[in-house]
Design a protein around this ligand. Structure first.
Ligand SMILES: [Zn+2]
Length: 207
């Protein structure tokens, strides 16, 4: 190799580096906009954050659910976490997520994607081509981590309140079910959800 070749290589390397720097600068992840509502915590710009990262919101939601050990629900652009968590704690968990599932382990470019190769998941970098194995967030299926309005679930009534309404605790939610007895297992239809509380009606009873 003569000096000219080195010069060319150097130019190439500089180009690659400035591209990955640009990528990092272009990536403006908004700070999580966190509010407390009752016993729940809401990230109001959750989908915006996921969009900026170019990651599946469900993947980030699962990560937070696993890390905080509590049920979460995506509702419109927001993420509802069924417990009081400070904005600082959320910011630091999101940073942790980005370190594990966004920035390339080699060149730190955010221009990456999660790929499944055989049985393992890797973080594949589009900037430098590096592939780094990553930890699977959770094996739980999406619909096993939360409840949704208009869907049916089988729950056990563990309590009956003073005005006769049954209560079930399920996937981090307090579900109120009128017209049931304590200890009954019933199939319910979720009518309304607000924060970590839901109202349901009985669809079927276990005989
Ligand atoms: Zn890279």
């Amino acid at each position: 190799m003569d000096n000219q070749d080195y010069e060319k290589l150097l130019k190439k390397a500089e180009n690659v580096l400035s591209k990955s720097n640009m990528n990092q600068q272009r990536l403006q992840i908004p700070d999580p906009d966190v509010i407390q509502e009752g016993k729940a915590t809401i990230i109001r710009n959750f989908i915006d954050i996921a969009d900026m990262m170019n990651r599946d919101p469900k993947h980030i939601a699962k990560f937070l659910m696993t890390e905080f050990g509590i049920g979460v629900t995506i509702s419109g652009k927001r993420l509802i976490i069924n417990r009081k968590i400070s904005a600082d704690q959320i910011s630091s968990k999101i940073k942790q997520y980005m370190d594990s599932y966004l920035f390339c382990y080699e060149c730190h470019s955010p221009d990456t994607e999660i790929q499944k190769i055989g049985r393992t998941y890797v973080l594949a970098c589009k900037a430098c081509g590096a592939q780094h194995p990553i930890r699977v967030v959770s094996d739980a299926r999406d619909d096993e981590t939360t409840i949704e309005e208009g869907k049916e679930y089988t729950v056990e009534i563990t309590k009956v309140g003073s005005s006769g309404e049954g209560r079930a605790f399920y996937r981090g939610f307090n579900i109120f079910v009128p017209g049931v007895k304590k200890g009954e297992t019933v199939k319910v239809l979720i009518k309304r959800i607000r924060n970590n509380t839901a109202i349901a009606e009985v669809r079927d009873r276990e005989k």
